[in-house]
Design a protein around this ligand. Structure first.
Ligand code: SAM
Length: 372
C-alpha cells in the first residue's frame, strides 16, 4: 500500500484490496500490478473491471472506464422505461449503462439510499441461483481535476457485486436486417421482481464492442457509426435511447487527467469544438429510431446542458434537465410526444392487462417497476 500511496494513488487502501484480489496470491503478479498502477495505468484496466451501479463491469485496455456520475443516466433511464421497453445504449463503450439497465430490469441491482442520504444502486444480496455477492467496492472519486465539463474526469467508483459474468439471453438477431424479432424480455431469476427490458448496445470502437459483448452478451452489441450500427428493424421501436457520447471540447482534452488522456481512446473523449459534435448527430437522428412517446436521455455537463437542451428543442424532443449535485452529474431527458399504448403481449391469462399488457414472455404484467 505504501508504494501505491507514494505513487500518488488517492484511494490507496481501496486500490490495494482490489489489486490483491486480482493478483490471486501470486507475488510476481502483485508486484507487476503495483508497478503498473504506480506508473499511471488505470486500476480498472489493470484488473479488467470497473465498479458501476452495483455491478462489476468488464473494461478492457483502452476502453472508456465508466464514471460514477453516469449512474444518474441509468437512474433516469429506468425511471422512464416502461415494462418490456426496448432500450438502446448508443456509444456504449464497455456497455456499462446497458448492463446496469438490464440488471435493474432483472432485479439484480436496486436503488437505495446511502448513509449520506444519496440515492445509489446496490447489488441485490445473493440469493439462490443468482449467487452474487453484496456491494463491496469503495467509491473512487475526486481524482485529479475535471476536464472542464467533459464526460471524462477522474471520478469513478461505486459498489461491486460478485462478478461480471452474465447468463444467456435467448434468441438474437444479429444480421441487422429485416423485422426486429427482439430478444424476449430478460428476467434474471425466473420469478423476478421486474418486468425486464430488451437492451441493445452499439459503439464504433472494436475494443469497446468486445468489452460490451462480455457485459451484455455478444448478440446484443453492434459495431458501427451511431445509428448505422443498429438493426434496421429497431427503427421506430426504441422506447429509451440512452447515451453517454464523448462531450469534452477538443481543446479541453489536454487538461484532462493523464489516466484518461493516455489510456482511454481519443474517440471516447473528444466531442469536437464545443464538445457537442456527436450529441448533435444523435439528437438529429433520434426521432427516426424512437417509438411514439419514446425517450432520449443524454449525459452532458452542467455548463453544456443549455446547448444540449437546445438541440433537443430543435429536434422536437421536449427537454428537461436533471441534475444530481452529489454525483456532479447532468442528464437531459427528452420525449417524442405522448407515449403510444403499450404493445400487446398476446395472452389473456390472469395477471395480464389485455391490450395494455407489454409483457412478451407470457408472465403476468407488473406495473410497479419505477425507481421511485
Ligand atoms: C464517453 S465514452 C462513454 C462510454 C459509455 N457510454 C460509458 O458511459 O461508459 C463515449 C463512447 O462513444 C463511442 N463513440 C464515439 N463516436 C462514436 C460514433 N460515431 N459512433 C458510435 N460510437 C461512438 C466511443 O467509442 C466511446 O466508447
Amino acid at each position: 500500500m505504501g508504494a501505491l500511496r507514494g505513487g500518488g494513488c488517492v484511494f490507496a487502501e481501496e486500490e490495494a484490496a482490489v489489486i490483491l484480489e486480482a493478483a490471486g496470491g501470486d507475488g510476481g503478479e502483485l508486484e507487476r500490478l503495483v508497478r503498473e498502477r504506480v506508473a499511471g495505468r488505470p486500476l480498472e484496466h489493470l484488473v479488467g473491471w470497473a465498479a458501476f451501479a452495483g455491478l462489476r463491469v468488464v473494461v478492457e485496455a483502452g476502453v472508456f472506464v465508466p464514471r460514477r456520475r453516469t449512474e444518474l443516466l441509468v437512474r433516469e433511464a429506468v425511471r422512464e422505461a416502461p415494462d418490456g421497453a426496448v432500450v438502446v445504449d448508443l456509444c456504449c463503450g464497455s456497455g456499462a449503462i446497458g448492463a446496469a439497465i438490464a440488471a435493474y430490469g432483472e432485479g439484480r441491482i436496486r436503488l437505495t439510499t446511502d448513509a449520506d442520504g444519496d440515492t445509489v444502486f446496490e447489488a441485490v444480496p445473493a440469493g439462490g441461483e443468482r449467487g452474487r455477492g453484496g456491494a463491496v467496492g469503495p467509491a473512487r472519486d475526486g481524482e485529479a481535476g475535471d476536464a472542464g465539463g467533459g464526460g471524462a474526469d477522474g471520478e469513478r467508483g461505486g459498489g461491486a457485486d460478485g462478478g461480471p459474468g452474465r447468463g444467456g439471453f435467448g434468441a438474437v438477431d444479429t444480421d441487422g436486417e429485416g423485422e426486429w424479432g427482439g430478444f424476449g424480455v430478460v428476467d434474471g431469476d425466473g420469478e423476478g421482481g421486474r418486468g425486464g427490458f430488451e437492451v441493445v448496445a452499439a459503439d464504433v470502437d472494436g475494443a469497446a464492442v468486445a468489452s460490451a459483448r462480455r457485459n451484455l452478451g455478444a448478440g446484443r452489441v453492434f459495431q458501427g457509426d451511431l445509428f448505422g450500427a443498429l438493426p434496421v428493424g429497431l427503427r421506430g421501436r426504441v422506447d429509451v435511447l440512452v447515451v453517454n457520447a464523448p462531450y469534452v471540447p477538443s481543446a479541453a482534452i489536454a487538461t484532462m487527467p493523464a489516466e484518461a488522456r493516455l489510456h482511454e481512446a481519443g474517440i471516447a473523449l473528444d466531442g469536437g469544438g464545443d464538445g457537442l459534435d456527436v450529441q448533435r448527430r444523435i439528437v438529429a437522428g433520434a426521432r427516426e429510431w424512437l417509438s411514439p412517446g419514446g425517450r432520449l436521455l443524454i449525459e452532458t455537463s452542467e455548463d453544456q446542458a443549455p446547448l444540449t437542451s437546445a438541440l433537443f428543442e430543435a429536434a422536437g424532443l421536449a427537454p428537461r434537465v436533471v441534475r444530481d449535485e452529489s454525483l456532479d452529474a447532468t442528464v437531459v431527458v427528452g420525449h417524442a410526444g405522448a407515449r403510444a399504448p403499450q404493445r400487446e403481449c398476446g395472452t389473456t391469462a390472469p395477471g395480464h392487462q389485455g391490450a395494455r399488457c407489454s409483457r412478451r414472455d407470457g408472465k403476468p404484467e407488473r406495473t410497479s417497476r419505477r425507481a421511485d
